[in-house]
Ligand binder design. Structure first.
Ligand SMILES: NC(=O)c1ccc[n+]([C@@H]2O[C@H](COP(=O)([O-])OP(=O)(O)OC[C@H]3O[C@@H](n4cnc5c(N)ncnc54)[C@H](OP(=O)(O)O)[C@@H]3O)[C@@H](O)[C@H]2O)c1
Length: 250
């Protein structure tokens, strides 16, 4: 836990449920000061009630430009610097190609990709004030191979991956480390709606533990579980076989 004990202030977006909530609890248990954000104030208040000393929250809808200045000001009131930022807020909607809802591309993009850009706008100055800063973005194993109905979700996460890769180069002179995390299936409200098999699914706590270990080691890109990474590597090597087995059934 060496690097974790060094982390003083952590900001986590999308911490009202699922992976973000598990990560927030994880860093609280390791003695960090944690600031959480999401839209559902009731969930965040409940968390603050459980950890009144160490945790505070700022309501933030990452899809709204009008939230940016307020959240930036509130964050700057709460802390002088951010040592670790985990940009985790995300959503998923699947495309029905027979009756396409074309607006879902905009909705998903405004949360997953533009939401990460807005969050960056909020936190970058505070990250630059830490002498041990780390910016972490939650991407997805979906970027490793195509999945049916994932046109919007997968594309938004591919954009997230490129954003983080590029930021790593631009922020290196400022001493800010950047990591991109590619989780496989995690049992959260996001996936509890899914009606298909989710191989190697794990609990949010198991995923948070793996992510914390990768963060501690300052891994550039961390994809897990490895068994899913191996399947998706085969999909890239043998795209025709992947198509044969994964094409949409009529
Ligand atoms: N579960 C998986 O299998 C899986 C796999 C790969 C990657 N991921 C990624 O992991 C991240 C967390 O997802 P999860 O599985 O933990 O799902 P989740 O339980 O649904 O959590 C999503 C979080 O994002 C927040 N959020 C959604 N829209 C938002 C918005 N407009 N503004 C601010 N916050 C917003 C939600 O809070 P509010 O609703 O309160 O705003 C919630 O706290 C996402 O980026 C997801 O893409 C998940």
């Amino acid at each position: 836990m060496a690097a974790t004990t060094k982390v003083k202030t952590v900001w986590i977006t999308g911490a009202s449920s699922g992976l973000g909530l598990a990560l927030a609890k994880h860093y609280l248990l390791h003695g960090c000061k944690v600031i959480v954000s999401a839209r559902r104030e009731g969930e965040l208040k409940h968390l603050q009630h459980l950890y009144p000393e160490e945790l505070s929250f700022i309501r933030f809808d990452v899809s709204k430009n009008e939230d940016v200045e307020r959240v930036k000001a509130e964050l700057e009131q709460r802390t002088k610097q951010l040592d670790l930022v985990i940009l985790n807020a995300g959503t998923c909607e699947y495309l029905d190609i027979d009756e396409p809802d074309w607006d879902l591309f905009e909705r998903v993009n405004q949360v997953n990709y533009m939401g990460m850009v807005r969050s960056l706008q909020v936190c970058l100055a505070l990250l630059k004030k830490s002498d041990d800063a780390h910016l972490v973005g939650i991407c997805s194993q979906a970027v490793q191979a195509p999945f049916i109905r994932s046109e919007a979700y997968g594309a938004s996460k591919a954009a997230v991956r490129y954003l983080l890769d590029s930021l790593r180069l631009d922020l290196a002179p400022d001493g800010i480390a950047v990591s991109c995390i590619l989780p496989g299936f995690i049992d959260t409200p996001l996936t509890q709606r899914n009606d298909f098999d989710m191989p190697f699914i794990m609990s949010p706590e198991q995923a948070a533990h793996r992510i914390e270990t990768a963060i501690e080691k300052r891994v550039y890109e961390y994809a897990f579980p490895k068994r899913l990474s191996a399947v998706l590597a085969l999909a890239r090597l043998f795209p025709r076989t992947w198509l044969k087995h994964n094409a949409r059934k009529r």
